[in-house]
Design a protein around this ligand. Structure first.
Ligand SMILES: Cc1cc2nc3c(=O)[nH]c(=O)nc-3n(C[C@H](O)[C@H](O)[C@H](O)COP(=O)(O)O)c2cc1C
Length: 320
């Protein structure tokens, strides 16, 4: 069992701001995802009691546990935020994950996210402080470096500071999301530390997850964009890991999953949920011929019942 993931070969949903809400997390869990994370939550916002920030800590009824990702750069504040999170979630909190990878300008300009890769001593102090405050394991998600490759020494600092596990997205901050994830960097980090290493970046299905493990020796995988509009990717990867056959959902099954997403988001968030759903729905239609007209209709849908009607109607006309 690899802790804190409670799995032999963890398959995780990556934190994604604006996407990994309670509804999407539950959907991914239903397909076998071992652990999901909140999107990054501001330590500052939490310690100031900002309502919108605190709301990120709301779990779904059926959500048994979650990892909460924090961002910030002040060790004491990060520790206070971790305490707030663990007091609020109790046994449903599986781990606190520290964001040391976000490349967004508004984040790094405050010294948060991937900016911490330029200040490894501070990064280590944050891990130490959060470890002292948190009753659950502390993990870190980071990048290959700021503008060059510094992930191995950085990973060693994280390990020495007490991180229980680490996850590497092997692109530099300067690269943002350009180019290919550099798997050799994951292999180098895995060889350099004793704590579990999760590989992340460009996993699109069972084959790429298996090759990520084979090429890098990493202990598990984390999937971000590959799960958008394809939450069943977790079932596919789990099947590939266990060597069992897997059949992708056909068009009608895919649309049924999209509808489940729509109904749940409406139930949990009301009409506003359907606005948020607009980011997800087109992704379910990806690769389906004749989906363009359906996309337009779905964007205009006023409720999940209309979405159901449009999806059922469209099944007569669309094919893969
Ligand atoms: C829309 C979007 C939002 C993201 N938000 C976060 C975030 O809140 N925290 C984080 O650590 N990474 C975030 N990421 C990065 C992903 O977790 C992941 O590291 C990256 O997308 C590479 O993995 P992938 O190729 O499987 O998508 C985000 C990525 C995307 C595309």
């Amino acid at each position: 069992m690899i802790e804190p993931y409670a799995s032999e070969q963890p398959v995780l949903l990556a934190p994604m701001a604006g996407y990994t809400d309670v509804v999407f997390r539950a959907l991914c869990t239903s397909f076998g995802c071992d652990l999901t994370y909140t999107e990054m939550v501001s330590a500052k916002g939490l310690t100031f009691g900002n309502e919108k920030t605190v709301d990120y800590l709301s779990l779904g009824e059926e959500e048994l546990f979650v990892g909460v990702q924090l961002f910030g750069h002040e060790p004491d504040r990060m520790a206070d935020a971790a305490k707030t999170v663990s007091d609020r979630l109790g046994p449903r909190l599986r781990c606190i994950d520290l964001n040391m990878g976000c490349p967004a300008q508004k984040i790094v300009s405050n010294g948060d996210g991937s900016a911490l890769m330029k200040t490894p001593a501070l990064a280590g102090a944050i891990v130490e402080a959060v470890k002292k405050a948190s009753p659950v394991p502390v993990t870190v998600k980071f990048r290959k470096g700021w503008d060059g490759d510094t992930c191995v020494p950085f990973a060693k600092v994280l390990e020495e500071s007490g991180a229980n596990a680490i996850c590497l997205h092997p692109r530099t901050r300067v690269q943002q999301y350009e180019g290919k994830a550099d798997r050799a960097a994951i292999g180098a980090v895995k060889a350099a530390v004793r704590i579990p290493v999760i590989g992340n970046g460009d996993i699109t299905g069972g084959e790429s997850a298996v090759s990520m493990i084979r090429e890098t020796g990493c202990d598990g995988v984390m999937i971000g964009r590959g799960a958008l509009g394809r939450p069943w990717i977790f079932a596919e990867v789990k099947a590939a890991f266990s060597g069992t056959p897997y059949t992708e959902p056909d068009v009608s099954e895919r649309l049924a999953i999209a509808l489940r997403h729509a109904e749940r988001i409406e139930a949990v968030k009301g009409p506003h949920g359907l606005v948020e759903l607009r980011k997800h729905l087109p992704r379910y239609l990806h690769g389906i011929r004749g989906a363009a007209a359906l996309r337009t209709r779905l964007n205009g849908a006023k409720n999940a019942a209309e979405i159901r009607e449009f999806l059922l109607d469209s099944l007569k006309n669309i094919t893969i």
